[in-house]
Design a protein around this ligand. Sequence first.
Ligand code: GLC
Length: 395
Amino acid sequence: MFFRCSLAAALLGVAISGGAQEQVAQEQVAAQAPAADRAAGLQTAFTRAREHLRRGINASSWFAQNPRDYSAQHTDTEITADDIATMARLGFDNVRVSVDAAPLEQYPRGDDGLNDDFVARLDRAVDTILADGMAVTIDLHPEDSYKQPLRTDNAAVDRLVALWRKLAAHYAGRDPDRVFFEILNEPEVNDPYRWAGIQARAAAAIREAAPANTIIATGPNYSDIADLLSLHPLDDGNVIYNFHFYDPHEFTHQGATWGLLWWRYEHGIPYPATGSSMQELLKEIPDRAARFQLENYFLDDWNADHIRRLIDEAAGWALVNHVPLVCNEFGVYRKVADPVSRSNWIRDVRTALEADGIGWAMWDYNGGFGVAVKDQEGKSVADPQTVEALGLKMP
Ligand code: GLC
């Protein structure tokens, strides 16, 4: 309005009258208030990212990724108070707790609209993490069947927004410096403009219910760097942006039975990519097109410098947009990976992130990508090689 008035005045060659000047001044104040709020929010987000989200670990299959069993038997044993104490002793300063949407919404629901039994157990988890001095990210991490309808179905968006209203209200009472709300893990909404609208609505609902907490937002699709680069920051300043790093998937997801079909034929892929074993490893892949993709892994010369340059692009986006950034998933599936190559990759990604001042959280604690491995009794034992690659020390 101010712009239009003054532009019009300038174009017409007339001075703005006293009354009009007053109106313009009022409009300027109104326009500046949200800008000041945004700046204050940004400062909070930068401080919290720096103080609480430096070195994190993902609790992956505790309250999420296990749709067939969210019983107390599962959540009481998958990660215990001892495990949480171990995470703190290893030097992690935050835990990203993945939470499925379905059990939160399941009947019977309490006064807050969430399933009492499941949420009481989640409360205990959150409070134990906080009591051990770490921060916690409540990462809404639903199944694909919850996320994919968001691409086309506005009712699915309403449902996500309504869930956040309840979830944020439930956790708003805890220390806002150390409880973060992550809107959606890997949204799988491939239209960046539609995702921007969905994310803005969810952020507004969180903000109404939880004025003081920091929100974690992400790009569309799978939260890759390319997705982050397509994102415009939210109006809300109290937001940290997030990306995931699994490049190259041919290495990090070798042996995986999800994602691309041919990953299951891979094993023992070297990192850095050296050509010496290439011909032998290519022979294991039955499909010609897939073989070609794996061949490219070697030809692309994946090494520390390659990774560093990619992560610099994410850092550049945050710098230009003046927003804080974290990478809260990166890791290598353990099953058939060569342990030395796996550690090399984890170390290279972690040091690249740190060089750019980006806080990280490794995927995951004791799942398939773990920093810890379950022994025969089901107790999780930290793996010294992975701990070292993370720049941490065995307790
Ligand atoms: C993403 C997926 C999760 C998967 C992980 C590694 O977080 O949501 O299901 O385990 O990436 O592939």
